[in-house]
Write a protein of this length. Structure first.
Length: 365
């Protein structure tokens, strides 16, 4: 098995490499009758594409998506309608510079998957990392654009909440400013701090890690399942599959280890409509693997970009000790462009569980 597919009913297979002619995805299991436009999918890809500020890689890719199958055009000529057959989408690579990687053809870059790919497969694509490159995630963002359409009323948003040791002030949280700054920051006061900090990191040829928070609203109560099909389990797995992610938490996450049961419990009351109202959301919208109907909240931590200009000690495939300095165009903080990727992976997990719940219970939530 090559393990290029995730999901159960809403199944996504990605294909392609960083320096190949194109990459893309095939979505199987999407219900028929879902309506979307190409511009809606493109808008999510535009959030992820490189070269949009000095704080991300300067590789120039338009990331223009094409839908190759699984849809029919509506009468307006702009709207696609899913047919229930596999949806294939493709994004061409147009700005590869494979020569940038010629010096590390045999050298293992510290922090990268070079050694592990070589020891597993006996061959590796050193040109940008091949399948292990973050370039692959463009296809996931395209799939997430479809997933958002599957669950009625679903909204999935994400923001960058930490770069290095610099965290946002949550009292300043404002979703309306997330799309107005190069960091997807919900706190306008942190933007100049991050600008100055990352300028220093970038000029030094170094890199730094980050934390992204994803919030999904309109998640139907009751989707998910206990034990081995938990909603938070699959969200965590999807987020952990993103390149450079080293930690995932749901709701309070690791903070829950430092507080008491009284503080952590999400107390309940009956609302004016006779439905339950939660007085807090420490659980992140999921209890026992099943959605409560509250916002689903997940955070993931991203390590510093491993491609840096500073020489690092390593070895090569011939068994020699070497020093490695990675050339090319790289993100000083890969967490910035991970924001729309996190949104997409959470949306795919929720869409999958929504369809699984409908198949098991027969109810439209």
């Amino acid at each position: 098995m090559s393990h290029n597919t995730f999901g159960h009913l809403f199944r996504v297979t990605t294909w392609g490499e960083s320096h190949g002619p194109a990459l893309g995805c095939v979505i199987d299991g999407c219900p028929p009758g879902i309506r979307f436009t190409l511009s809606e999918i493109q808008a999510w890809l535009d959030k992820r594409k490189p070269g949009q500020s000095r704080f991300v890689t300067q590789r120039r890719e338009d990331d223009l998506v094409r839908v190759l199958s699984g849809v029919m055009a509506d009468e307006d000529g702009e709207t696609f309608i899913t047919t229930g057959t596999p949806i294939s989408m493709m994004i061409e690579n147009t700005d590869q510079r494979s020569k940038d990687y010629s010096e590390i053809a045999k050298r293992y870059r510290p922090g990268h998957a070079d050694y592990t790919y070589d020891v597993k497969y006996g061959i590796r694509d050193y040109r940008g990392g091949g399948r292990s490159s973050a370039r692959e995630t463009a296809a996931r963002v395209a799939a997430g654009g479809i997933a958002r359409k599957v669950v009625p009323g679903l909204t999935v948003r994400a923001a960058l909440v930490q770069i290095g040791k610099h965290r946002i002030n949550r009292d300043n949280w404002d979703w309306s400013v997330v799309g107005t700054n190069p960091f997807f920051a919900p706190d306008p006061a942190i933007v100049p701090v991050w600008e100055e900090y990352l300028d220093g990191i970038r000029k030094a040829g170094s890199s730094v890690g980050a934390v992204v928070e994803v919030v999904a609203e309109g998640v139907p109560a009751g989707i998910g399942a206990p034990i081995y099909a938990k909603l938070d389990q699959d969200i965590a797995a999807n987020l952990m599959s993103i390149n450079a992610v080293k930690g995932v938490e749901i709701g309070n996450g690791f903070e829950a280890a430092a507080i008491t049961g009284e503080e952590n419990a999400d107390e309940m009351r009956i609302g004016p409509d006779g439905k339950p109202v939660f007085l807090s959301n420490h659980a992140g919208g999921i209890l026992g693997g099943i959605a409560t109907g509250q916002p689903v909240v997940a955070r993931f931590a991203i390590k510093p970009t491993s491609s840096i200009l500073s020489e690092r000690r390593s070895i090569d495939s011939d068994g020699n000790e070497v020093d490695v300095r990675t050339k090319g165009r790289h993100d000083p903080c890969v967490g910035i462009r991970a924001v729309p990727i996190g949104e997409a992976m959470v949306a795919c997990a929720i869409a999958d569980h929504y369809l699984r719940d409908r198949g098991q219970t027969g109810r439209l939530k």
